[in-house]
Ligand binder design. Structure first.
Ligand SMILES: [Zn+2]
Length: 139
């Protein structure tokens, strides 16, 4: 039976050092990737607030678990994820920010609130831009 893949994120900034980067598996093993394996790092792809630069597949050398990796642009700090409707912070591997587990619950909630407020601002700005575009078209 094929193993369930593990999903993770890596801060692209960590790949700017021209060395093999070991993505950590849940078992503690390593799934090495090289900066050269990341397509168009830092140039070609543009997304929202957090830019996904590339998607990679790696394999844990200890337990053979396939690992699906999202490479994020630069060092984006915490990423907001939702687990069963609950917002959680995730720190991409290779990021220089302190690990989520070192933050107090209050600090985590503060960061989540700021990220949600920022997302709301972006959504409103997008909506406004769309409406102005439509007005110009005369619709
Ligand atoms: Zn493993």
């Amino acid at each position: 039976m094929a193993k369930q893949p593990l999903y993770t994120m890596v801060a692209g900034g960590a790949l700017e050092v021209d060395e093999v980067f070991n993505v950590k598996c849940n078992c503690g093993g390593n799934a090495p990737i090289t900066p050269q394996s990341v397509k168009g790092y830092g140039f070609s792809k543009k997304g929202g607030a957090t830019k996904v630069v590339d998607k990679l597949d790696a394999l844990c050398q200890s337990c053979d678990t396939p690992i699906k990796i999202l490479v994020l642009h630069g060092d984006p700090g915490y990423v907001l994820t939702k687990n069963q409707g609950v917002c959680q912070l995730f720190l991409p591997q290779g990021s220089t920010s302190p690990p989520v587990s070192s933050l107090s619950a209050q600090e985590q909630m503060q960061i989540i609130a700021e990220m949600n407020a920022d997302a709301d601002r972006r959504a409103r700005a997008r909506k406004k831009a769309e409406m102005e575009k439509r007005k110009k078209k005369g619709k």
